[in-house]
Design a protein around this ligand. Structure first.
Ligand code: ATP
Ligand code: MG
Length: 649
């Protein structure tokens, strides 16, 4: 592996940070030696209606998995995200909306947000929604998406957000699984200059005979274009909110009452309906937001994720608002109308903290300096990454080109299931190594185990597990506790299995190597996909790469590499040789790709992650049964890859 470039903690960041390295170590130590005491104290980061007396009651024992935090306390999430800030900062901005069109934007203060949330909460009640009912949100990235989420939490309804890019079939499946009573949508969404027919998709989903639970559809008018209307079922947002009071008392919720259901991205198979509850989730989202992004009073935070993903839940809405932050909701995509859009938005709103994904970073990197043309980005202080392992090359580009070498990068490892960030640097505490998610957050006890489930110590590589619970942990798979136990607690007894592999170095830093299902075994050598992919991305002509294993008579597995070149580069026999030589030099002969498949686009989930399970099937010619493809962003990519395969040598 090429040499690790260490980035020490920056003194100016450390000076005012919520934690430096000593405080991190002290607090971490306390959090694992005495979790009860630690979380009793830090559970106060949110406001309780009735304070909890019990802190932690959790078991990872197969057959009896049961997770409860703060179980006798009561609280309300919207009151924590809005009401408690009204006195001190009612007139300060809470939400900044940046439209798909660079000329469109608006803001809501905490006071205005309070009014809008109360009104929509009352409107939902008017449509028959009661505490415990499920409301499905299928929304574009407009203010009303945030308002609808908070309104649900205000009245104790459980939201389940389905990303607006999903098809009617995928939407129908999630409505059936969650038993949603009301759907909230818009006439159309707008993204990258194109209209998305949301209402039409809802109509198609509800026409599916398996969908029987939905009574009402509330429609926000985004574009004003014509939509079909079912007057017994459909209600306009503006009409439903025009006739209600603008005050709604927050419902007193038990800490363990369900807060939301969210389906995982579907990278490894059929998505799981992850259920999160109220108290532990909010405490964990609030605390991680404060420390991981080192949020300072008055700063502007921008998370580019859609609210349809867990990142959009925890770090676009709940974490920031519970901390009284200013948070940006962006309707568009990072490269529309120009490659520099992300940087332009940073300048326009004077963003201090930017949180985005490797897929966006690699796409911008492929365009070089175009991504920052005409922009300053001098407001930026801290940057983050989430979703996939970030290749060191992409890390360094993000650091130098977007951040001008003055912003620490927090590479945050976590999952829909974990509710919040588990492994991450803290900006004022952790020396950074590009490509490493570094160290566990407070209360998080990661370990590496071998395939027999034995804990392995020191600098080593293995399956990443968690030995104990943290407050933000999912409680169950919606309606299927057995699947919950099977998926996460049966592989290694008494431990939460993440499904990911990791390496731990001599400093105790964690490096996520990829999904364990994707680990290669070449001539007896186990290799994660991340390492080879990073070596490929470090080659100056390569934009993106994905590695899968294919069966090989002698080696066990051979290495099959899908490669996308930077704009302007073309594949050739010479380049094939250059690329192979490069990997041989960077990692070693064992990692040299046996097959190179040049392509313009890789299959990705709608949240932007490479779907290696599909690539594996294409590489082995097993294209009859591709598995669940409903979460693919662009299904046509698959046919193209299958067609290209014949020319792979
Ligand atoms: P599914 O569980 O349905 O297959 P998914 O795992 O992609 O889909 P998410 O919960 O959105 O669904 O993603 C979590 C996964 O994303 C992690 O298990 C890990 O593989 C990957 N991941 C997230 N952040 C990072 C990171 N910073 N570094 C490396 N991998 C990451
Ligand atoms: Mg997963």
């Amino acid at each position: 592996m090429s040499e690790v470039h260490l980035h020490p903690v920056m003194p100016e960041i450390e000076a005012k940070a919520h934690a430096n390295n000593d405080t991190y170590r002290e607090m971490y130590q306390q959090s694992v030696v005495n979790p009860e005491g630690f979380w009793r104290e830090n559970g106060q980061i949110v406001d309780w209606i009735k304070p909890f007396t019990k802190v932690k009651n959790t078991s990872f024992d197969t057959g009896h998995v049961d997770i409860r935090w703060f179980e006798d306390g009561t609280l309300n999430v919207s009151a924590n995200c809005i009401d408690r800030h009204l006195e001190a900062k009612g007139d300060q901005v809470a939400l900044i909306w940046e439209g798909d069109d660079p000329n469109d934007d608006k803001t809501l203060t905490y006071k205005e947000l309070h009014t809008e949330v109360c009104k929509f909460a009352n409107a939902l009640k008017g449509q028959g929604v009661r505490k415990g009912d499920v409301v499905c949100l299928y929304m574009p990235m407009v203010m009303e998406a945030a308002i609808a989420m908070l309104a649900c939490t205000r009245i104790g309804a459980v939201h389940t957000i389905v990303f607006g890019g999903f098809s009617p079939e995928a939407l129908a499946g999630r409505i059936v699984d969650s038993n949603a009573k009301v759907v909230v949508t818009a006439d159309e969404g707008v993204r990258g200059g194109r209209a998305v027919p949301l209402k039409q998709n809802v109509d198609a989903a509800l026409a599916n005979p398996s969908v029987t639970s939905v009574e009402k559809v509330v429609v926000y008018q985004r574009t004003g274009n014509n939509v079909e209307w079912n007057s017994c079922r459909d209600v306009w947002w503006h009409e439903a909110t025009a006739v209600v009071s603008d005050n709604c008392e927050p419902e007193e919720m038990n800490a363990e009452d369900p807060l939301f259901i969210l389906y995982t991205s579907g990278s490894t198979g059929t998505p799981k309906g992850v259920l999160h509850t109220t108290g532990g989730y909010l405490v964990y989202a609030t605390m991680t937001f404060k420390y991981v992004f080192d949020y300072q009073e008055g700063e502007v935070f921008w998370c580019t994720a859609d609210v349809g993903w867990i990142t959009g839940h925890s770090y676009l809405i709940y974490g920031p608002l519970a901390n009284g932050a200013k948070t940006i909701l962006f309707e568009g995509v990072p490269n529309y109308p120009s490659t520099a859009r992300m940087s332009e938005v940073v300048d326009k709103h004077q963003v201090n903290i930017l949180y985005t994904a490797p897929t966006a970073i690699r796409a911008l990197m492929a365009k070089g300096n175009e991504a920052v043309e005409g922009t300053k980005r001098d407001s930026l202080r801290i940057m983050g990454s989430v979703g996939e392992p970030i290749n060191p090359e992409a890390w360094e580009w993000y650091y130098k080109t977007i951040g001008d070498s003055k912003c620490p990068i927090v590479d945050t490892w976590w999952q829909t299931e974990t509710g919040g960030i588990l492994i991450t640097p803290l900006p004022g505490a952790t020396a950074l190594k590009p490509g490493s998610a570094t160290r566990p957050f407070f209360g998080v006890q990661p370990a590496l185990v071998d395939n027999m489930g034995n804990i392995i110590e020191g600098a080593t590589e293995g399956n990443l597990v968690m030995l104990d619970s943290w407050p933000g942990q999912m409680r169950t798979v919606n309606g299927d506790h057995e699947r919950f136990e099977q998926t996460y607690f049966s592989t290694f007894k008494g431990m939460y299995f993440t499904g990911d592999g990791a390496r731990r170095d001599e400093d105790g830093y964690y490096w996520i190597t990829g999904r364990v299902d994707d680990v290669l075994n070449v001539s007896g050598h186990r290799m994660g996909t991340a390492e080879i992919e990073s070596a490929l991305v470090a080659f100056d002509k390569i934009a993106e790469a994905a590695i899968v294993g294919v069966p090989h008579d002698i080696k066990g597995q051979a290495i099959y590499a899908y490669i996308t070149l930077n704009s302007g580069e073309v594949p050739s026999a010479e380049l094939t040789k250059e690329v192979k030589d490069w990997v041989r030099k960077e990692i070693g002969p064992i990692a040299t790709p046996d097959f190179i498949h040049w392509t313009d686009a890789l299959p990705k989930t709608r949240s932007g992650k490479i779907m290696r399970r599909i690539l594996r099937k294409i590489a082995t010619g097993d294209t009859g049964s591709l598995g669940d493809t409903s979460t693919l962003a662009d299904p046509s990519v698959v046919d193209k890859l299958i067609a290209e395969k014949s020319s792979v040598v």
